[in-house]
Design a protein around this ligand. Structure first.
Ligand SMILES: Nc1nc2c(ncn2[C@@H]2O[C@H](COP(=O)(O)OP(=O)(O)OP(=O)(O)O)[C@@H](O)[C@H]2O)c(=O)[nH]1
Length: 566
């Protein structure tokens, strides 16, 4: 059955209803606590704190959901209770308690009115509340689909050569030798991007004319790159008018085209989503804020019990924590202090979501290293802007610290850290882990013969291939100058060997140019595997030994380091 996905508004309505449906039980409990307090204040003094929490929490949630009447009553109750809690221990509030009872009755009336005006609330709660249905979207299957590129050019040899090299970079390529077959194919299956020649036998600007025609038919311009033998003004103008995004003159390097394609496609296949951890003991409020952030394209994890923070931080690795300030077992301030005890999270941005408007309290909360306050009820755009700004800054900082500037792969330190954590995870989950040590062959010669810049070009090409061809969950690091380390998770040694061999072969077919010279490059690789080796050092040594053997045996090959029972 085709189940229609609820809209954002429907999800929010469901959350509001879920909140309202829980109110009668919460109110009954609060009234009971009030009666006990009235009968003997000193014996039940602890209940005053609980009742204060009740009003505080209703105030925040009700205002987030737009139930302003309820929020106002809760606000008065919270202030009143605060003055009562601060009374000297010997003083009994007596009549001062009466307004509390009135406030609770007023709340009940408000609630009845809300329920009547909103139809059958009880019936609505038969649906699973949103936060159970879609608590976490971080596990959404990562799309590993290769980008589909159409190349249209009437010179078969050039097209096949270029197509083959781009295929080595990890794109799915289809060739067309004339504009008509290209036209038909686009209408059948839309490519992610197009590389188009300009001049065809049927017209000197037939290529760009075809792109312009198609954009009218399909209602948008296809992301296109022109690859032409001509670089004159007319040809370039035709390309601009057809909405093409880049222009290359032949012969173009596959590496440059691949770089441009990546740039064009980045808009659609965006960088990894920002990961936000929302900590709030009120599931509806957590779900509401999560919804807003998810709607803005972020990956959100909710945590309702702060005691799970250590595990969630490790597993989810958020870019920002959005925490409620007032939670029963552990306040937001205490939570932030715990996070800051861990050196690896020292710079993780923490933002409080709170209805705390007291500047003094805000200031003391900031002293544990919290980035800022967002006061409830939040304005969705403000929440998104505040979160994105800080989370992106965190991403940039992390990238600067953990990535290599030439290839943007993980640097040596981060790769080593990841080797430790990945092995621990593999042991915990009883999954295979393959370590691949990969080293360019005779790279000194490349530098010596063609210059350092040509060498850099090779390093970039290899990292691009690795990024395209490995899964998002695999780890790719630049381990040394011309040495790379790969961590392939949950695959067999046989599969990994085949994959690395395929990469080796494809890479060896990429043609590089330096001035007039054309050259190719190869690499050697050594593999080792958990569970064959159960310690990081042993795993690394086994892969190194295998790499050494590959070099020794003549380079451009893959060797698997088998466990030796000696
Ligand atoms: N262009 C460029 N070269 C680098 C970079 N980092 C290291 N290298 C060079 O990589 C070369 C490594 O040379 P060697 O360790 O002798 O190894 P090789 O020539 O690749 O020989 P084998 O590994 O035995 O096949 C040196 O010439 C380094 O200067 C870099 O970032 N860019």
């Amino acid at each position: 059955m085709d189940v229609k996905k609820p809209t954002l508004q429907e999800k929010i309505t469901r959350l509001r209803m879920s909140f309202l449906s829980q109110m009668p039980a919460r109110l009954d409990k609060a009234q009971q606590q009030y009666r006990l307090l009235s009968s003997d204040w000193q014996a039940h003094a602890k209940l005053a704190v609980e009742l204060h929490r009740f009003f505080h929490s209703i105030k925040g949630t009700a205002s987030s959901f737009g139930f302003t009447g309820l929020a106002d009553i809760a606000d008065t109750g919270e202030t009143l209770l605060l003055t009562l809690i601060e009374l000297p221990e010997t003083e009994v509030p007596g009549n001062k308690l009466l307004p509390l009872g009135e406030l609770l009755s007023e709340m009940k009336q408000q609630l009845q009115q809300l329920q009547q005006s909103r139809g059958d609330v009880a019936d609505d709660t038969q649906h699973a509340p949103f936060f159970e249905m879609e608590q976490d979207d971080s596990n959404r299957a990562e799309s590993n689909r290769k980008a589909l590129i159409y190349i249209c050019d009437d010179e078969p040899e050039q097209v096949t050569q270029l197509g083959y090299q781009l295929h080595c970079f990890g794109y799915e390529i289809e060739y067309f030798l004339d504009t008509q077959s290209f036209h038909n194919a686009v209408l059948k299956r839309r490519p992610d991007a197009v590389i188009m020649d300009v001049y065809f036998p049927n017209g000197s600007t037939a290529g760009t004319d075809e792109l312009a025609r198609l954009s009218v038919i399909i209602g948008e311009a296809l992301p296109s790159i022109v690859l032409s033998g001509y670089g004159d003004f007319e040809a370039r103008l035709g390309a601009v008018q057809a909405g093409c995004l880049a222009y290359f003159t032949k012969p173009a390097q596959a590496l440059d085209l691949a770089a441009k394609l990546d740039e064009l496609l980045l808009g659609e296949r965006r960088e990894e989503q920002l990961r936000i951890l929302v900590v709030d003991d009120e599931p509806e409020v957590a779900a509401y804020h999560s919804l807003i952030l998810q709607e803005a394209g972020m990956s959100v994890k909710q945590l309702h019990d702060p005691s799970g923070i250590l595990d969630v931080l490790r597993q989810f690795n958020p870019d920002l924590v959005l925490a409620d300030m007032y939670m029963p077992r552990c306040t937001g301030v205490e939570l932030a202090a715990i996070i800051r005890q861990l050196p690896e999270y020292i710079s993780l941005p923490i933002v409080y979501l709170s209805n705390e408007t007291n500047r003094k309290k805000q200031f003391s909360a900031m002293q544990v290293g919290v980035e800022g306050f967002i006061t409830k009820p939040v304005i969705p755009e403000e929440l998104v802007a505040a979160v994105v700004l800080r989370a992106e800054r965190m991403r940039t900082l992390r990238a600067l610290m953990s990535r290599d500037s030439l290839t943007s792969l993980y640097n040596h330190t981060t790769t080593t850290e990841m080797l430790h954590t990945s092995l621990a995870q593999a042991i915990r989950q009883q999954e295979n882990l393959i370590l691949v040590m990969l080293d360019l062959d005779n790279f000194k010669e490349v530098n010596d013969l063609h210059g350092h810049m040509a060498g850099d070009q090779v390093l970039v090409a290899l990292s691009r291939i690795l990024k395209h061809r490995l899964r998002g969950s695999d780890i790719i690091g630049r381990y040394g100058g011309e040495e790379f380390a790969l961590l392939l998770k949950d695959v067999t040694l046989v599969y990994a060997e085949k994959l690395v061999n395929q990469l080796r072969e494809d890479f060896s077919n990429i043609a590089f140019t330096a001035g007039k010279a054309r050259f190719n490059c190869t690499f050697s690789a050594g593999l080792s595997c958990y569970p064959d080796y159960t310690h990081v050092d042993a795993l690394r040594m086994a892969a190194d030994r295998a790499l050494y053997q590959a070099k020794h045996q003549g380079r451009n090959q893959v060797v698997v380091g088998r466990y030796r029972h000696d």
